[in-house]
Design a protein around this ligand. Structure first.
Ligand code: NAD
Length: 519
C-alpha cells in the first residue's frame, strides 16, 4: 500500500497514527495510508512557517507571483491525472473534477499578475510637506482547514492568495481527499516555494489534527485562520479566533433557494434545478436546498422535474458513462442524509421520490454497476413547507424540497426564511421580479436564469448569516483576508506639525444671501 507523509519544513514526516483513504465509488480500493499528525508536529509546522515567513514575507511580490505562475503551469500540465485521482478519491464526475482543477489554475493565473499590483494608495495629507501612503502587509502564519468536496479549488482559494500576499501556511486538508491534497501540495512545492512556506499536516477533524491545529491559535503560533466546512465547526473556530482577536476566514454551509416564477422558461429552469439539486450528489455548499415554485407553474414544473429525476444516471463516475452523480463522499455524510428521511416524515412532508440507499434490493432504474461497492443515494424529492426541519437544515446529499408560493413577494420571503445565506437563484424573464429578488435576497451570491452553483476565480465567493462571517474568497476581495493595511505618515517639514491642531483650515468669507438678488 502506498504510504504518504506530512510535509513539514520541506521534509516528509511520519506520524505514529495513520488513516486510510479509499476510492469513494469502491470502498475496497485503498488509495493510500496517511499520517495523523500529532500536536507536537503541528507546533513544528507552525515554527517552520514562522521562520519561513521572515524570508517569504520580504520576497518582492512580483517574484512571489512568478512562483504562483509556475504552480499554475504545473497544475495545468498535470490537470488530467490530478482530475482522475480527484474523481477516484472523492467521487465527483470527471467533468466536474476537471472543473475543480481548472479553478485552481485560473486562481494561479489571476494571482500571478496580482503580484505586480497589490496596490496601496498615496493619500493627500492635510499638512504641507507630509506624504501619506498605505501598504498591504502579510499577516503571518495562516492555519488552514478545508472540506473534501472541492479538494483542489477550495484550498487554492485560500493558499494562493495567502502566498501571493507573503504569508506562510500550515494546511490540514480534509481526510476525505488526502491523496489529491498531497498531489496538489507537491505541485505547489514544485513551483518554487522555499521550505517551510507551505506545511501540510494530515489527520482527522474533531479530537484530532484539525481541532488541535485550531487550538494553536491559543498558543500564539498562528496569526490567521481560514476554514471551509460545516457551520458548527466554523462557529467553534470563530470563537477561538475571536478571543485571540483574529479575524478568521469562514466559508460554511448553505441551504440555497432556487426560485422559479410563473413566466420562466420551464425547460431551462428544470435543467438548472436538476443540476443544482443533484450535481455532485448534492454535496456542494452551493447545491440547491429548496426549489421555490410560483403557484401557477407548480404542477407543471413538478411533473417535468420528476420525469427528469427518474431518468438520472448514477454510478461510479470513472467506470460508468454518462453518470450525473456518484457516491457519498463518506459514510458519515450518507448517515446524516439517511436521517433526513425521518425529519421529513416527522414534519409531514410528502415524499415524491427516493428510497434511501441504492442497493440490489432497493434498486434505482438509472443506477449502473454494483451499488454494494459504496454508498449511493437515490435522488430524493419532497413537497415541503417553510418551517419544516428539512426546509431549514442543510442535508448535503441528493435531496431537494419543492415549496409552493404565490407571487414574487412570498417567493423572496420564503427564500430568506432560512438561517443560511450563501447562494441563490431565480428563473424569470420579468426584469422587475429579477431586480426585486436581487435587491432583497439575503445571500452572498445570486444567479439570474442559472443554477445556484458555480464560481469564477475573479468573482467574490462567500455568504452571510450562517454561511460565513462575511469574508470573501477569490478575485481582489480575498486580499483583505490575508493582509492588513499599514498607513504611513512621512513628514519632511523638519518640524513638529500636528494634524487637526496645526492644520491651516480656511476661513469662509462673509455669507452671501441669494434672496438679496430678488428683493
Ligand atoms: P466538516 O466541518 O465536518 O469538515 C471540514 C474540515 O474540518 C475537515 O478537514 C475536517 O477534518 C475538519 N474538522 C472537522 N471537525 C473539526 C473540528 N472540531 N475542529 C477542526 N477541524 C475540524 O465539514 P464536512 O461535512 O466535511 O463538509 C461539508 C460542509 O462544508 C458542508 O456544510 C458544506 O456546505 C461546507 N462547505 C462550504 C464551502 C464554502 O465555500 N462555503 C465549500 C465546501 C463545503
Amino acid at each position: 500500500m502506498k504510504q504518504f507523509f506530512n510535509i513539514i519544513n520541506g521534509k516528509e514526516v511520519k506520524s505514529s497514527k495513520t488513516f486510510l483513504s479509499r476510492n469513494s465509488s469502491n470502498l475496497s480500493d485503498v488509495i493510500g495510508e496517511f499520517p495523523i499528525a500529532d500536536k507536537d508536529q503541528l507546533r513544528d509546522a507552525c515554527r517552520a512557517a514562522r521562520a519561513a515567513f521572515t524570508v517569504w514575507g520580504k520576497t518582492p511580490a512580483p517574484i512571489r507571483g512568478e512562483v504562483i505562475g509556475n504552480i499554475g503551469r504545473a497544475i495545468a500540465r498535470e490537470k488530467e491525472t490530478l482530475s482522475q485521482l480527484l474523481s477516484r478519491e472523492m467521487g465527483k464526475t470527471l467533468k466536474e473534477a476537471r472543473g475543480d482543477v481548472q479553478e485552481a489554475i485560473d486562481t494561479c493565473y489571476f494571482f500571478q499578475s496580482e503580484g505586480r499590483r497589490l496596490y496601496g494608495q498615496t493619500v493627500p495629507s492635510e499638512m504641507r510637506n507630509k506624504e501619506l501612503t498605505t501598504y498591504r502587509r502579510p499577516i503571518g502564519v495562516v492555519g488552514i482547514v478545508t472540506a473534501g468536496n472541492f479538494p483542489v479549488a477550495v484550498p487554492s482559494w485560500k493558499i494562493i492568495p495567502a502566498l501571493i500576499t507573503g504569508n506562510t501556511i500550515v494546511w490540514k486538508p480534509s481526510e476525505d481527499s488526502p491523496a489529491t491534497s498531497y498531489a496538489f501540495s507537491k505541485l505547489l512545492e514544485e513551483g518554487g516555494l522555499p521550505d517551510g512556506v507551505l506545511n501540510v499536516v494530515f489527520g482527522l477533524g474533531a479530537d484530532s489534527t484539525g481541532a488541535e491545529l485550531v487550538e494553536l491559535m491559543d498558543e500564539g503560533l498562528l496569526n490567521k485562520f481560514a476554514f471551509t466546512g460545516s457551520t458548527s465547526v466554523g462557529r467553534k473556530i470563530g470563537e477561538i479566533a475571536g478571543r485571540n482577536l483574529m479575524h478568521p476566514t469562514l466559508e460554511l454551509g448553505g441551504k440555497n433557494p432556487l426560485v422559479v416564477m410563473r413566466d420562466a422558461d420551464l425547460e431551462n429552469a428544470v435543467s438548472g434545478a436538476l443540476w443544482a439539486s443533484f450535481g455532485t450528489g448534492g454535496q456542494r455548499c452551493t447545491s440547491a436546498g429548496n426549489i421555490i415554485l410560483d403557484a401557477p407553474i407548480y404542477e407543471e414544473f413538478k411533473q417535468m422535474f420528476l420525469e427528469r429525476v427518474k431518468a438520472i444516471t448514477i454510478g461510479d463516475p470513472i467506470e460508468q458513462d454518462g453518470v450525473l452523480y456518484g457516491p457519498f463522499i463518506n459514510e458519515r455524510m450518507y448517515n446524516t442524509w439517511l436521517e433526513h428521511y425521518d425529519w421529513g416524515k416527522a414534519d409531514g412532508a410528502v415524499l415524491l421520490h427516493g428510497t434511501g440507499r441504492i442497493t440490489k434490493d432497493a434498486p434505482f432504474a438509472g443506477f449502473k454497476g454494483d451499488p454494494s461497492l459504496a454508498f449511493f443515494g437515490s435522488p430524493t424529492v419532497w413537497e415541503a413547507k417553510r418551517g419544516m426541519k428539512i426546509f431549514q437544515t442543510e442535508v448535503f446529499g441528493p435531496t431537494i424540497n419543492l415549496v409552493k408560493v404565490d407571487g414574487i413577494e412570498e417567493a423572496i420571503e420564503t427564500a430568506n426564511a432560512v438561517d443560511f445565506g450563501l447562494s441563490s437563484a431565480i428563473y424569470t424573464n420579468d426584469r422587475q421580479w429579477a431586480h426585486s429578488f436581487k435587491d432583497a435576497i439575503q445571500a452572498g451570491m445570486t444567479s439570474i436564469n442559472n443554477s445556484t452553483t458555480g464560481a469564477e476565480a475573479h468573482m467574490p465567493f462567500g455568504g452571510i448569516k450562517g454561511s460565513g462571517n462575511g469574508t470573501r474568497e477569490s478575485g481582489i476581495w480575498v486580499l483583505d483576508g490575508y493582509t492588513y493595511w499599514h498607513g504611513v505618515n512621512d513628514d519632511v517639514s523638519g518640524k513638529l506639525q500636528l494634524a487637526q491642531m496645526d492644520t491651516e483650515y480656511p476661513h469662509a468669507r462673509a455669507a452671501f444671501d441669494v434672496s438679496s438678488l430678488t428683493k
